[in-house]
Ligand binder design. Sequence first.
Ligand code: GLU
Length: 425
Amino acid sequence: MTHPEIAATLSRSTGPLDDALAQLRQAAEALDMPDGLHEMLKVPRRELAVSIPLRRDDGSLAVYSGYRVQHNFTRGPAKGGLRYSPAVEIDEVRALAMWMTWKCALLDVPYGGAKGGVAIDPRQHSQAELERVTRRYTSEILPVIGPEVDIPAPDIGTDERTMAWIMDTFSVARGYTVTGIVTGKPVSLGGSLGRASATSRGVAHIALHAMESRGIDPAHASAAVQGFGKVGHGAARFLAEAGVKVRAVSDIDGAVYSHEGLDIARLSEHVERTGSVVGFEGAEPIDPSYLLTLDVDVLVPAAVEGVLTSENAAKVEARIVVEGANGPTTKDADTILRERDVLVVPDILANAGGVVVSYFEWVQANQAYQWSERDVNDRLEERMSRAWHDVVSRAGAHDLTFREAATEIAVERVVDAHRLRGLYP
Ligand code: GLU
């Protein structure tokens, strides 16, 4: 698509892209940004749409759509995850790519933002089929990725095995091993210690900061976590370790509740055995949509976008929402939660632990040296706390929501970098 075509699509956008563009617009106005610069940041620098033919195990042929959107390169190579989900579509990928730019800038890691996606349901495919899809997708986007260009990582529906296939496909094409092409790799292939738990560890750090800021003692606090995957599972575990009663968790199949707090270690064993939180003994089954409105101190939506909406935001009982997922709160829900004085800690801060340790992984690949897990965790905590305090002080000084403050800080950093570099030619 040409720039005018992309710009025209953007003006008709709904869903997460609409929310992302509204956040950028607000920051652009607050920062008094020239129109041209605002226009530049609205539109991704580069997008690639590919079609991925797959020879299925039964010999038939299926075709899937894949994307890589690179929103910005001003502060460094583009960076962001790769999502496998039937819900993937280009506008969602554009929104997620833009949020990656702000997340990297807010955490001050030297990257721009990108996101990839394939419109496929990984649960319907064998491992061999997923490997073929991944290798074909990688070879299609090969010209636009690289350790100095754009570095994929796991997201919904992908994992360290997916990253190993991408690394291998890219390395075979280059003729030598390139460990810095992806992050979130298996540790035995140059992955970082602490990467697998980094996003959820970061979510827990931020949730604890948020509780402290509202005078809530974790030992007397309760939480509900939506999603029990890469982010939600660890977030529930770390919150429980900090003394918080995690009363409810959900996954794609259902939700479970215990007023006394779930035994997360036992729940993990159950999930390991059965593949779902459903049927966990010592907990009651509840309607998953009910989880969002439970009477708890902290709500952690850690599944997908757009779950807190104008329909349910007025019913949220939690005093703090920590966005483990990207974009779980719609624009309208944000307004309602603000009016109700619910503290919403935005995704670009709350779930940034993943990309922070991705950055550490890339640094380790560049250094060809492995850091200890303790080093990784300490440096992660330091960066998350620094970003938390940056957001708190900006929000306090200008009477902003945390999302407004976080977005403004991030956009300002990207704009400053752009001004220093100047426009070529
Ligand atoms: N997919 C994760 C996110 O949304 C991690 C991205 C990365 O590590 O590059 O932040």
